[in-house]
Design a protein around this ligand. Sequence first.
Ligand code: AMP
Ligand code: GLY
Length: 422
Amino acid sequence: MNVLIIGGGGREHTIAYKVKQSIRVKKIFCTPGNAGILKICEPVPVPPDDYPGLAKFASENNVGLTIVGPEVPLCAGIVNEFHNRNLQIFGPDKKGAQLEGSKIFAKEFMKKYGIPTADFECFDDQKKALAYINKKGAPLVVKADGLAAGKGVMVCQTVEEAKQAVKLVMEDKAFGDAGKLLLIEDMLYGEEASILALTDGKSIIALEPSQDHKAVYDYDQGPNTGGMGAYSPAPVVTSAIMEQVNRKVLQPALEGLRKEKIDFRGVLYAGLMIKDGQISVLEFNVRFGDPETQAVLPRLKTDFVDLCLATANGKLSSIELKWDPRPAICVVLASGGYPGKYHKHLPISGIDDAEENNDVTVFHSGTDTRHGELVTNGGRVLGVTALGDDLSSAIEAVYEAVEKIHFDQMHFRWDIGAKALK
Ligand code: AMP
Ligand code: GLY
């Protein structure tokens, strides 16, 4: 069977790496890909946002399974396009993708189906939002409703900050149409964790838990990024917490999807806040997390293509998940200046040295090839993943590998996984 992967980041390189391990697979196609992905996948002569064109390509090239990495094509309806041609595709349809594409849709869904989440109010009018902030007082979290590449959430410690955030969204239109509506949410405290669950619409099953590191600097300082590193499993998700996740989040979500007649065959990602043994959902995403995927999938022993196919064709209950018990950790190597402005096309060296350790894999995020040379091409450039007998050995191995890699102004966090050692 041939497989098509949509996307071009570290998550998609990890997906391609797992697909390549499957004995069922002949050719792997990917668009737009990156330098690492295109070493193991064939490029696709169709732009990544031409969804009818991609469906046509899949029909004509014997593609038995398409796996969608990012949220944008899912929210735009790529899955509907493939289903119209009777093609197997991993991901929710356009309506299901609203769980990520509209934060208000997600919060209302959670409220309707009793899923624990922070109290909130929605606004389409700046004056009313400001009046609510005056009445409610700080701290508060202001969120643009639509997709904003992870930048639409502002955690505000003071009333003034919250008002500025509302102005940024509604008056300055910093997030364009994504900010036509906004929601204001109560602040939650605790430790975060990511649950990636697979559902075929009939059953739902959580993958091993992980934890992301969103802030750019050590000890969670500085602005938020797409994610500077992750590890799996996350000990903050004890078996008692996992039981709550199943009972209070995943099962009610599945029931909600059924009752709302949503065709959801892909990943439901629940971002959790955990405090004093209680969970609350911060957000839903409708795809694998990045960089959580780089820490979770290398531990998966079940054939990944079997798993995705079973999810896409409603046979998930026939699959048994098997895991490598060893923890995995991924450290993201970022461009100088990221998450702000950064330079591109800087030469990268040392990946082969880093991968000399068999427990280390380097996943490409923002990379390209120029005149035969590997160069940077994004804010997050590489994700270095290591497995270890325990988390301390994984941490040691990953930083040993990281120190072998170089590009000008490369920066990364030194404390990935440190929380779990406490
Ligand atoms: P989201 O995209 O909704 O997950 O928000 C991005 C990040 O903002 C989360 O990972 C949290 O760190 C933070 N955040 C979102 N909502 C809240 C909340 N209600 N209380 C505290 N922090 C939050
Ligand atoms: N790592 C956060 C996300 O994928 O949304």
